[in-house]
Design a protein around this ligand. Structure first.
Ligand SMILES: Cc1cc2nc3c(=O)[nH]c(=O)nc-3n(C[C@H](O)[C@H](O)[C@H](O)COP(=O)(O)OP(=O)(O)OC[C@H]3O[C@@H](n4cnc5c(N)ncnc54)[C@H](O)[C@@H]3O)c2cc1C
Ligand code: SF4
Length: 315
């Protein structure tokens, strides 16, 4: 591991002045970054530990809820506001990692975690456009069972691995960030990027900005939501395919509004508004769900080892 300097920030201002120095990275729970540093994939010269920055509350905000960026995943999953009003988010968090990891992982760090593509994690493979832009992609001709079927590019077919982010996409969360130019809000749909020709850039967060909070808008039917994750092992494994779904039914039992986001299929949580619209005004019955599911996977481009994901996602 490359030697690095370690500093602690206790305010957002401290954190921003720390990250302004070249080759600096924030350290949250360290559950992803430290692994990447050990593997030689990330080599920051300086870590700015932000775990003491007081952004650790979950509280009502503007009719919805504001989640501080340093809230630990386990605290968020168990928070009464989240369990009662945003069931899908609590379930998604509890489907991720292990209790020990969730006790360390922060909300901001979860948003920023990097893909689990085997070739990205192994610097002995020279070909990875995410690690070395322009070097190629070992996964396209290689073993690509866990890779994306939607929104891929000839440069990269990696998926975003987070469960939490899939629920946040369905809930239309907004990421609050602060940087040297002030504050800005990034809707979840725009936070993560598709790989395109720049797969080395995962998100639209700038290098000198810090995530401070996530806002969940009011969603009265958030309690009628569910997260379903399919994986190779029933615990302690990343999603092959997952779905966060919420349905609002009117008094006659017809669908008034629907939210569906999928994980494990793309470089970002995958949401298709046209698929959700297909459900509106329909009875919650198989034919409606089949139509929406077909729309969700429209244009899927499976690779040699992951064609099963298309049918799995549809189901
Ligand atoms: C064995 C294992 C199994 C796992 N299984 C799952 C799983 O099933 N599902 C799942 O969703 N996740 C899983 N994870 C991933 C885990 O959820 C993430 O590692 C964790 O959420 C990252 O949070 P952290 O606070 O530890 O981030 P760190 O590792 O500290 O940081 C990650 C990145 O975020 C940046 N960062 C941190 N905070 C901020 C901020 N406030 N603003 C800007 N940048 C910031 C850091 O600079 C770094 O680049 C697993 C991890 C491991 C090791
Ligand atoms: S899929 Fe992306 S992360 Fe994986 S080897 Fe190809 S370029 Fe690298």
């Amino acid at each position: 591991m490359r030697p690095f300097e370690y500093t602690r920030a206790t305010t957002v201002a401290d954190a921003l002045s720390g990250i302004a120095q070249s080759e600096s990275k924030f350290l949250g729970g360290g559950t992803n970054l430290v692994d990447l540093m050990r593997m030689g994939v990330e080599e920051p010269a300086r870590l700015v530990d932000i775990t003491r920055v007081p952004l650790t509350t979950v509280e009502p905000h503007g009719g919805g809820v504001r989640i501080g960026a340093m809230v630990r995943n386990s605290d968020l999953a168990e928070h009464p506001l989240i369990r009662q009003q945003y069931t899908v988010l609590s379930e998604a968090l509890l489907a991720g990692a292990s209790p020990q990891l969730r006790n360390m992982a922060t909300t901001g760090g979860n948003l920023m975690q990097r893909t689990r593509c085997y070739y990205f994690y192994d610097p002995s493979y020279r070909e990875c456009n995410k690690r070395h832009p322009g070097s190629g992609c070992a996964a396209i001709p290689g073993y690509n069972r866990i890779h994306a079927i939607l929104g891929t590019s000839p440069q990269c077919i990696a998926v975003h691995p987070s469960d939490m982010c899939v629920a946040l996409a369905a809930l239309e969360a907004v990421v609050q960030v602060r940087g040297p130019r002030g504050e800005r809000a990034i809707p979840m749909a725009d936070f993560h990027r598709l790989p395109g020709t720049t797969p080395q850039i995962d998100t639209n967060l700038r290098q000198d900005e810090m995530i401070t909070a996530i806002d969940l808008p009011a969603l009265p039917f958030g309690r009628r939501s569910h997260y379903l994750k399919v994986r190779d092992r029933n615990s302690y494994a990343f999603a092959l395919v997952s779905v966060a779904a919420a349905l609002d039914l009117d008094s006659g039992g017809m669908i008034r509004e629907a939210r569906i986001a999928m994980g494990g299929v793309a470089h970002k949580p995958w949401r298709v508004p046209a698929a959700e619209r297909l459900l509106v005004g329909r009875k919650p019955e198989e034919s409606a769900f089949v139509a929406a599911a077909n729309e969700l996977v429209r244009g899927a481009q499976p690779r040699r080892h992951n064609a099963f994901k298309v049918e799995l996602a549809r189901r």
